[in-house]
Write a protein that binds this ligand. Structure first.
Ligand code: HEM
Ligand SMILES: [Cu+2]
Length: 416
């Protein structure tokens, strides 16, 4: 016990020191926290959440294993073996739910926050506008991350917990919707009057916004105890979380693949194949998950393989078949991406240096694709944030993070 405590504290201190040293080193080269791309903020905050949330899962899993293997009774109120009541008892299944969801809810943001960050950067680059409300976006990520530790029991409204708990957790849950909605407004305001490139990357970003809003709205339904009680454990929940945690971040991953592929392989993925891939996946995903809202409303429970002759089956059966067909189509559509990757590696259009005219450092390495160590001997110096697009008076519609102010000032002087 004592040894593990010491190891834990030592590990934490070393991790913290490592982090501090990295931040200080980056600062000396101009990379302050408020100049970091939102992608980095999203991933960074998610890792902090992971560090705090996973121990609860680990403890839950260990106790569960002990229950199963050694016959302890952390979670089992009574234990029956071959019809005989064993002498252990007094465990609490609700305790398992608390431990699991203390991890489980932050986990949904461990998935979502990196996606929030990445999509912000993709939208900014491909609409040639600075991200609207950068500081607000950073704080929203951090606040969502912090609040996500105070909402876990919204997954347990039907567990029989104290109703006052339900009231508390419904309030915290609905409060999280505020910074989340702010982020959506900021993505839309970034697009507003932007010089939007309607390429495949942008299509995935727009697909993300639509899908995320859809899932966010059903989240507000579920966040209210009285609405959740009839909907909990039905397909409505399945629809909610696949939209918001499955499809929406997947759209961002796909957008990221099309965006960063030229950096990794030096060639552009084919746009026409990309559009087929997007539309089949997007419309297909909606065909899968949209009907599930209806299935949930009519009371189809989740986790059942076969509904037999329950009364709602007649209207649900056709829909389940339709959903299965759509799922096969979406699955098959992913081969378009694989084919596109193989084709591109062989005969794709060469991308050259910084093909999207982005500002962030990964595009500015001396060689593309970057070699081991990225920068060679000389590390870059950062002079600005990565969002200087369409700056009035500037020579081009983008100013990279490594461009010193003197160069920008000169071009402005030339213009006037
Ligand atoms: C406006 C924001 C949101 C609210 C108010 C909300 C609320 C809820 C509630 C109350 C439940 C429990 C439903 C039940 O089991 O009866 C739930 C389930 C779930 N939510 Fe959300 N949610 C929101 C956003 C999100 C986001 C952004 C993600 C992921 C990125 C997410 C992922 C999930 C998952 C995975 C489940 C299902 C867990 C399970 O029972 O298997 N939610 N949500
Ligand atoms: Cu949750």
């Amino acid at each position: 016990m004592c040894v593990s405590l010491i190891l834990f504290v030592a590990g934490f201190t070393m991790g913290g020191l490592n982090y501090l040293i990295t931040v200080l080193q980056a600062r000396t080269r101009g990379m302050t926290l408020m100049r970091m791309p939102l992608t980095v903020w999203g991933i960074f905050t998610a890792t902090v959440l992971a560090m705090l949330a996973f121990p609860a899962l680990l403890v839950g899993a260990l106790m569960m294993t002990l229950d199963n293997v050694l016959g302890t009774s952390f979670f089992m109120p009574t234990i029956l073996k071959a019809g005989e009541v064993l002498e252990y008892g007094g465990g609490s299944p609700i305790l398992f739910q608390h431990l699991f969801w203390f991890f489980g809810h932050p986990e949904v943001y461990i998935v979502a926050l990196p996606a929030f960050g990445i999509v912000s950067d993709l939208i900014s680059v491909h609409s040639r506008k600075n991200i609207f409300g950068y500081r607000m976006m950073v704080w929203a990520i951090v606040i969502i991350g912090a609040l996500s530790f105070f909402v876990w029991a919204h997954h347990m409204y039907v567990s029989g917990m104290n109703p006052w708990f339900g009231f508390f957790f419904a309030t915290t849950t609905l409060i999280i919707a505020i910074p989340t909605a702010m982020k959506v407004y900021n993505w839309i305001l970034t697009l507003w009057r932007g010089n939007i490139r309607l390429n495949v990357v942008m299509l995935w970003c727009l697909g993300f916004i639509v899908t995320f809003v859809n899932g966010g709205i059903t989240g507000i339904f579920l966040g209210n105890v009285t609405v959740d009680v009839p909907l909990s454990d039905t397909y409505f929940v399945i629809a909610h979380f696949h939209m918001v945690m499955g499809i929406a971040p997947l759209m961002v991953i796909m957008g990221a693949v099309y965006h960063w592929f030229p950096l990794v392989a030096g060639r552009f993925l084919d746009e026409t194949l990309g559009k087929w891939h997007f539309w089949l996946t997007f419309l297909g995903a909606y065909s899968i998950y949209f009907p599930m809202h209806y299935l949930g409303f009519i009371g189809v429970p989740r986790r059942y393989f076969e509904m037999y002759d329950s009364p709602y089956v007649t209207s649900a059966v056709g829909m389940n078949e339709f959903i299965s067909m759509a799922a096969f189509i979406v699955g098959a559509a992913q081969f378009i991406l694989i084919y596109n990757i193989i084709k591109t590696l062989k005969i794709g259009k060469p991308a050259g240096h910084n093909p999207w005219q982005a500002n962030s450092l990964e595009w500015l390495t001396p060689t593309v694709p970057p070699e081991h160590g990225n920068w060679g001997e000389k590390l870059p110096v950062v002079h600005r944030w990565p969002y200087d697009f369409s700056v009035p008076g500037a020579k081009e519609d983008f100013i990279t993070q490594t461009t010193p102010p003197s160069e920008v000032a000169e071009t402005e002087v030339e213009k006037t």
